[in-house]
Ligand binder design. Structure first.
Ligand code: FPP
Length: 240
């Protein structure tokens, strides 16, 4: 199956920016009688495999929805488990991430996060800032509506006095994703058909691919399959 997709992909038409809603960790664990955090742990492992495949494909940016502004409503135990996981993920993997040429970026609001998580993210961003093979845009404490409001407020505070209104270009320069291309392909795993407040501005013309696979089971084949589907859509950007 993988060989089949590898042969059929058009390598001259790879999406530049792929955004992923990594859904289904909890269900993956529940089906195995395991605690939910075990699903998240396996989900974190999927990230490394997914980035390797993205590099192989020549994707420029991968945005991952790791924690939304709405995820604070989950039980404290699960939230703390996620922070521990994040800490051990970056402790174990940061050197490899840097060696592979990955530039880590963060989208979202850092200041509400535990201080050690803020430090880990800032450190990963700083240490990998000169890498240019691929960008991993880690969306943590991220919400699309929050990002839009935040951008407008930043503009109001920082704008030159002669700048009387926003243009799309000015607005984009205040987003967390400033400088990144628009999302070409949005993938959501686990069979749910929702956007859940992810990159609302950036997905304006994205192709949406919903897959049944639960995130911990997502592998190389699924990414190739999503790219294949993307390449068979007709992107018109509002034209004919
Ligand atoms: C959605 O699954 C997933 C999340 C809310 C968290 C995503 C986090 C990871 C993949 C791991 C975190 C990354 C690092 C680097 C630590 P869900 O829990 O909503 O699943 P469910 O819908 O089946 O309950």
């Amino acid at each position: 199956m993988l060989i089949h997709y590898k042969r059929k992909i058009d390598y001259s038409n790879i999406p530049r920016h792929v955004a992923i809603i990594m859904d289904g960790n909890g269900r993956w664990a529940k089906r195995r009688g395991l605690p939910r955090i075990e699903g998240h742990r396996r989900g974190a492992e999927t990230i490394e495999r997914c980035m390797d495949t993205a590099i192989e494909l020549g994707i420029n940016v991968v945005s991952l929805y790791a924690f939304s502004t709405e995820n604070w409503s989950r039980p404290k135990e699960e939230i703390n488990g996620l922070w521990n996981l994040l800490e051990s993920f970056f402790e174990k993997k940061l050197n490899t991430i840097i060696e592979k040429g990955v530039q880590v970026r963060h989208s979202g609001s850092l200041k509400e996060l535990p201080v050690n998580v803020q430090r880990i993210i800032t450190d990963a961003v700083e240490k990998s800032k000169n890498n240019s093979r691929i960008i991993l845009n880690f969306c943590l404490n991220y919400g699309g509506r929050h990002e839009i409001i935040h951008a407008v407020n930043e503009w109001l505070q920082k704008k030159p006095s002669q700048e009387l209104s926003l243009t799309p270009e000015i607005f984009e320069s205040y987003l967390y994703t400033r400088g990144l291309p628009d999302v070409d392909l949005l993938i959501r795993t686990s069979g749910e058909y929702r956007i859940s407040n992810f990159l609302l501005w950036q997905i304006a013309y994205a192709e949406l691919v919903f897959m049944k696979v639960l995130w911990p089971d997502f592998n190389e084949k699924h990414l190739y399959q999503a790219i294949y589907e993307y390449q068979h859509r007709e992107r018109r950007f509002g034209g004919l």
